[in-house]
Unconditional design. Structure first.
Length: 354
């Protein structure tokens, strides 16, 4: 477990500067908080494991249930979630581990009686081997990792934290499954044009994905960022991507880039992130994926979406048509999430080859 690195003043001000350790080829006992922990070799290790696990599931290999037998995962979600929560729970159960969660959801938990996050996470850590945390505040996953390190110095069974989404900051496991899906379909990132569309300011999935694309250091990658002016990708992320030699195109006009795109990643405008409902109403229909829009992409392009989808993917009739298009692979993407999270849990808890 990494040493905690946080000053007393930082703790008191909640200005968390905690940095989780880099993976460097060894996942065991490490918190998974940010894609900043990953480099190309780490992604290759994880994706090889995810591919192996997928094959073993499809061949009904019962040995999978031995990989995390005796381990307990705590699901601690302070924001509504269907896919991420269920995916993690399915992943742990398929590996033979157990899952615990707050009865009736966290809105009935001790935090709603006034307990702070640090105490809730440490209490949860006393009962589990891994805590999967989703929280609406940026920095919450870092805070959880820091206090779990303090706890781990005093208890017999150390616990790791995995971020299930950190406010509008990052969603590292979503980005891992996204880029795994691209590799699974395209076998490489080299010479790819990847287009991210929609709410790039609030979308933690695109924040993490853009960074992972940079960290993989593929050759001749072009990243196109399509959004309204007021929902552009944060400048620090754009600068980081460019620093890795990736060509970045920022535009509000999808027509400029759609015909040349190999991978198109569609996102919804996040209504819950807007303080003013009128601002949301003005922008919500700016980009809508329909069968007519999808038809403008290359025949071998792929369309991803982190889901859930709303009107940004057209009508229900549009959904039914696009779901049959071989370019639309968002349900394959969703299944891949379970495989990647299984691989991550095995690597963090056991470190074994799968």
């Amino acid at each position: 477990m990494a040493d905690a690195k946080l000053s007393t003043s930082a703790v008191s001000s909640h200005a968390f500067s905690y940095q989780p350790p880099a993976i460097n080829g060894d996942f065991v006992g490490k918190h998974i908080i940010s894609v900043d922990q990953f480099k190309r070799q780490d992604l290759d290790i994880l994706f090889d494991a995810a591919t192996s696990i997928r094959k073993r599931i499809r061949t009904h290999d019962r040995g999978l249930t031995e990989l995390c037998a005796g381990k307990v995962m705590a699901s601690l979600f302070f924001e509504a979630s269907t896919r991420t929560d269920m995916s993690f729970q399915a992943a742990m159960r398929r590996l033979g581990g157990d899952v615990i969660a707050v009865s009736n959801g966290v809105r009935f938990s001790s935090m709603y009686k006034g307990e702070n996050l640090s105490d809730t996470v440490r209490a949860t850590g006393c009962y589990s081997d891994v805590v999967v945390l989703r929280h609406p505040e940026i920095g919450s996953s870092y805070e959880a990792a820091y206090y779990l390190d303090l706890l781990n110095a005093r208890i017999d069974n150390p616990t790791v934290a995995i971020s299930g989404g950190d406010g509008i900051g990052e969603h590292p496991t979503q980005a891992l499954l996204d880029i795994f899906t691209v590799f699974d379909q395209k076998q490489s990132l080299d010479n790819m044009t990847i287009t991210l569309v929609g709410d790039l300011l609030h979308g933690r999935t695109v924040h993490s994905l853009a960074k992972l694309i940079a960290y993989y250091d593929a050759a001749d990658v072009r990243l196109c960022l399509v959004s309204p002016e007021n929902l552009r990708m944060p400048a620090d992320i754009t600068a980081l991507v460019r620093s890795h030699g990736i060509s970045v195109c920022e535009t509000d006009d999808l027509q400029e880039v759609i015909a040349d795109t190999d991978v198109i990643y569609w996102t919804r405008v996040q209504e819950e992130r807007f303080a003013d409902a009128a601002d949301y109403e003005r922008i919500k229909d700016r980009y809508v994926m329909t069968p007519q829009v999808l038809a403008q992409t290359k025949p071998d392009a792929i369309l991803l979406h982190p889901l859930p989808r709303k009107h940004e993917m057209g009508t229900r009739d549009d959904h039914d048509i696009m779901d049959l298009d071989k370019r639309a692979i968002y349900f394959e993407q969703m299944e891949n999430g379970m495989f990647v999270r299984m691989a991550l849990l095995v690597k963090v808890l056991r470190g074994v080859y799968v």
